[in-house]
Each structure stands twice: as C-alpha cells, then as structure tokens.
Design a binder for this molecule. Sequence first.
Ligand SMILES: Cc1cc2nc3c(=O)[nH]c(=O)nc-3n(C[C@H](O)[C@H](O)[C@H](O)COP(=O)(O)OP(=O)(O)OC[C@H]3O[C@@H](n4cnc5c(N)ncnc54)[C@H](O)[C@@H]3O)c2cc1C
Length: 378
Amino acid sequence: MEDLRRAVRDLCGQFDDGYWQRLDEVREYPEEFVDALTRGGYLACLIPEEYGGPGLGIHEACVILEEINRSGANSAACHAQMYTMGTILRHGSDEQKARYLPAVANGDLRLQALAVTEPDAGSDTTSIQTSAEKQGDRYVVRGQKVFISRVQHSDLMVLLARTTPRDQVAKRTDGLSVFLVDLRETGDAMRVRPTRTMINHESNEVFFDGMEIPADSLVGEEGRGFHYILSGMNAERILLASESVGDGLYFIDRAAEYAKSRRVFGRPIGQNQGVQFPIADAYMEIRAAAAVRDAAAEAFESGQTRGAEPNMAKYLASRAAWKAANVAMDTFGGWGMATEYGLERKFRESRLYLVAPVANNLVLSHVAQHVLDLPRSF
Ligand SMILES: Cc1cc2nc3c(=O)[nH]c(=O)nc-3n(C[C@H](O)[C@H](O)[C@H](O)COP(=O)(O)OP(=O)(O)OC[C@H]3O[C@@H](n4cnc5c(N)ncnc54)[C@H](O)[C@@H]3O)c2cc1C
C-alpha cells in the first residue's frame, strides 16, 4: 500500500498549485491530470482482471483518492470513472460487460457521468420524473436532470428514469430503471447546459426531449433501478469519504507547516496554544473519520456492508475536512484568502462533500432510523 501511496504522490507532484489555480480561474477540465491518472491505470483500479483492469480492492481505491486530494489536486474531475462502472459490473448483462468494461479499463471510453438528481428530486430520489417509455426496440426518454457532473467529458452515462409511473407501483422505490446511455449517439434530443458553481466542477443541466435509446441500454431488470443505484452508492460514499480525508490532511499539512514558519510577535504562531490546539484537534478528527472509513471499506470488501457504514464515513470525513479547512484558514490569517496560496480553492472544493452525493442531514436520518430504530422523520 505504501508503494501505491508513493506512486500517486509522485504523479500528483507533477501538477502543482499553479496548475490547479490556472484551471480554477478559467473553469477548465484538468485534461492532462486525468490523462496521466488514466495512463497510470489508477482510475481502472476496481475493474476485475478479466475485463482488463488490475482488479484491486476498495482499500487501494481509497488510498488513490486520498493521496490525490492530499496533494492539493481535485479527484472530483474523474473519481466517477472509478466507480460508476460498478453498476454495469454488478447488474449489467455479459454482453454489456464485455462490450464496455475493457474500454473503460484502458481509458478508451469515459464512463463518469451519473444522472439521478432533478430540479424537484435531490434528496428524495424516488420522486424523479424523468421517464423512459418502451416503444418497440427503443426507450424514449423525456425529462430533466440537474447537477450532472462530467457529461461533457464522458462517452457513457448511467441514467435513472421512471419506467412505471409512481402511482402505479406498490412501493415508491419500484418502477425506476437504470440505462447505460451512449452519449456519442444522443444527437439533438439531449441538450446540456452547464451550471457554474463556486468550484471548478463540470456540472450540467441535462434535458431529454424524446431521446431514443436502444432497448438493450437497459441495465439489469426493468423496475429495479433504485436498488442498483443504491448498491453503487456504498462504494461512492466510502471513496468520497477518502477524498475528504485527503482534503483534511492537506489542510493540516499546510496549517502545521505555516504555523511553524510564520513569525508574529517574535515567535512562530504555532507556538501559541490558540493556534496549535485547533490544528491538533482537527487532525484527530480526521484520523477518527479515516478509521471509520477503513471499517466501512473492510465491511464493503467482505460483502457485509449495509448503508450505515459508508454513510457514517462520508458524514464524519466531510465534517472533519470542513473543520480542518476552517482551521487552516484561521492559521493563515488574511493570506488564506489570497488565491496564490491555493488554500481558498481547496476550502471551496472541500465544502461540496457536506451536501453531495448525499446531504449530511439525510445521513443523520438514515442512522437515526436504520441504526437506532427511531421513527422515520419524513
Ligand atoms: C457540484 C455538484 C455536483 C453534483 N453532481 C451530481 C451528479 O453527478 N449526479 C447527480 O445525480 N447529482 C449530482 N449532484 C446533486 C447532489 O447529489 C444533490 O445536490 C444532493 O443530493 C442534495 O439534493 P438537493 O441539492 O436537491 O437538496 P434538497 O434535497 O433540496 O435539500 C436541501 C436541504 O434540505 C435538507 N433536507 C431535505 N430534506 C430533509 C429532511 N427530510 N430532513 C432534514 N433535512 C432535509 C438537505 O439536507 C439539504 O441541506 C451534484 C451536486 C453538486 C452541488
């Protein structure tokens, strides 16, 4: 594992703060960085050997994302290339796996877009209204998605749509289906409108105006899509928790280094307990979150995981990173806000994980209901 850490660290070392800062200013995609990760095989790490990947486990994937973010880089540009394929791997047909996974593994195809969220359905996934209606050998898709990341840098997209209206299913989680959409073939029936956010994250509104896709785009069984998406979320949450752990360690590294070198009133600011204690406190919270992340990864690897562990890891890590972000900002004084220091960019980026891919309130409600057996609150 240490060799892997070192290799990722070396690769990231080729992309300094200036690289990320320049892209952040013009809101451009880190093409060279993503190419380097792809060439190194890192984004294919979870793809089994029979489909051309190295067949590594979730622990290795966690290390890769953690190190990327610890270096000051931003995994969010391409993290989904690692795990979106899991939907195909777990639920796709043999034909879909053979057709797509080797090309995703070698980087010929990018499968890093996942379209779930809608204007009126963020946390409440089963309220999505985008529909896919079977017509002969096609499905016709109508509706709108929001905040769909990396669509413009993907060849394939996993789409969740309703195939049976909500009032015709026994359970609201039924009647949703997953499709693998080939974005190279959607034509004008799919429109993409970028959403500018406070971070350099390619996010988009996507409109489906009667988009036709072949019937064999369906993944698994019709009507089971919610469960397929849910099963992919466990890996996603553990991996994104790792990015938060990496962010947190980045902030601690930077804060500790600055606190040692910055002299005020004739001594390093880090000699003051008022400066060093918050750094130590934030560091311990990151270590604690990392331990919960490791336990979640262990459970995932052994096939024992349920939603609680990945959710808790994501919650704790996102909060620990956000705390460390604020501690680092305090440590840097006014210089934390100067863009040339890189800190304010990471500060903005680390904020995302408090709300995505699941808002932390929803994690609290999951733990209250499913771990502590409290009544459902909504
Ligand atoms: C940069 C970015 C990239 C994203 N990328 C993707 C992507 O690639 N694909 C995709 O499908 N989605 C993506 N998302 C969407 C993301 O998953 C949603 O924003 C998230 O799930 C929250 O949904 P929402 O924004 O609609 O908030 P809402 O569901 O409207 O919630 C708003 C607030 O209310 C709180 N809340 C809601 N209900 C309750 C309740 N019952 N109890 C307590 N609190 C509650 C929430 O915690 C939240 O703080 C992205 C979002 C962002 C910002």
